[in-house]
Write a protein that binds this ligand. Structure first.
Ligand SMILES: Cc1cc2nc3c(=O)[nH]c(=O)nc-3n(C[C@H](O)[C@H](O)[C@H](O)COP(=O)(O)O)c2cc1C
Length: 309
């Protein structure tokens, strides 16, 4: 058993958090990650509703018992009803990422729930520390979905040297080798997203799972064109890493107005719709159940780390 701060404090068996992936991590995926010994997090996108949170939380609870919820901090600044909806489900962990969580941390703590925040720079770390979060996640630029620009390893090393908070690593971790590497470096575990994206328990279009199985590690692009096409008002410092397709070939780096991009975008078409995924997509070769993925990553990491025990 790999025992770290994360397993002790969250009372989980393996030091793996299932990423809160908006549009992909509903109750089933979240529940299966928890059932396998990690802690799954529901991905409440900006466009999610309180009803969605309640329904998916019920599914996650039924399958895996405990679970967490991930929210987008910048979106709460306009409307924080999703935070109330999340707290009503008594999650084991709340993730407040992409923005300063200071205004929301006291409410989560008042409910007796720990708070984690994904950070992309040293400055973000200081913001999260001042806000009073309980742990931080070093989210590297190779991660799937919205992220920063610094690679996971440089960022992780920098943060580990700079803080007394527990640090978890995210971005590019898709096998036991990756988990072993970050734990050996001093991380308390890993948050994994892309490695779960071909699993049958994900929500979203079926073609997304196929694209994840087919794509290699060189096939992703860090871009804002999908946010523009979908009128998602993300602050400009966060682009999203997605699998490249005809849409990104045509519009990434081109001058296209939001209207033009919206007209060209088609979520029903794999060549024109978005499949957010990170560079670890090259490590996903088949559609394996999420629980199997989590158990394998944990067991392989433990075996590798034992070589040095
Ligand atoms: C499809 C997808 C959607 C995501 N949505 C969110 C989200 O809603 N909130 C969030 O905090 N992080 C989100 N992320 C980022 C993940 O939490 C995490 O940082 C990332 O998946 C880790 O890197 P990896 O994909 O290489 O495992 C998303 C990632 C992906 C792949």
């Amino acid at each position: 058993m790999l025992e770290t701060w994360l397993t002790r404090e969250l009372r989980i068996e393996v030091p793996i958090l299932g990423a809160p992936m908006g549009g992909r991590a509903g109750g089933e995926l979240t529940g299966e990650v928890s059932k396998a010994g990690g802690l799954g997090l529901l991905g409440a996108a900006r466009y999610a509703t309180p009803q969605w949170v309640a329904e998916e939380a019920a599914v996650a609870r039924e399958i895996g018992g405990r679970f967490g919820v991930g929210l987008m901090t910048w979106a709460l600044d306009d409307d924080d009803t999703l935070l109330d909806a999340a707290l009503a489900e008594e999650p084991a962990l709340v993730s407040l990422s992409f923005g300063d969580p200071a205004a929301y941390v006291p409410r989560v703590h008042a409910a007796g729930i720990p708070v984690v925040s994904q950070v992309n720079t040293l400055d973000d770390l200081r913001v999260a520390e001042r806000a009073g979060v309980d742990l931080v996640i070093a989210q590297g630029g190779e991660a799937g979905g919205h992220t920063g620009r610094i690679g996971t390893l440089p960022l992780l090393q920098e943060l580990l040297d700079a803080t007394d908070l527990p640090v978890v690593a995210a971005g590019g971790i898709g096998t036991g080798r990756g988990l072993a590497a970050v734990i050996a470096a001093g991380a308390e575990g890993a948050l994994i997203g892309t490695a779960l994206l071909a699993s049958p328990e994900t929500i979203g279009p079926g073609y997304a799972r196929d694209r994840v199985v087919e794509a290699g590690s060189a096939d992703t692009v860090y871009t804002s064109v999908f946010d523009q096409a979908r009128s998602q008002p993300w602050p400009s410092r966060w682009g999203g890493r997605a699998i490249a397709n005809e849409f990104t070939e045509a519009w990434h780096g081109a001058e296209g107005s939001e209207e033009t991009l919206a007209a060209a975008y088609d979520p029903a078409d794999p060549d024109l719709g978005v499949v957010y995924a990170g560079e670890a997509v090259g490590l996903v070769h088949s559609a394996r159940p999420a629980g199997e993925v989590v158990r394998h990553i944990a067991a392989d990491a433990e075996r590798l780390l034992r070589r040095f025990a």
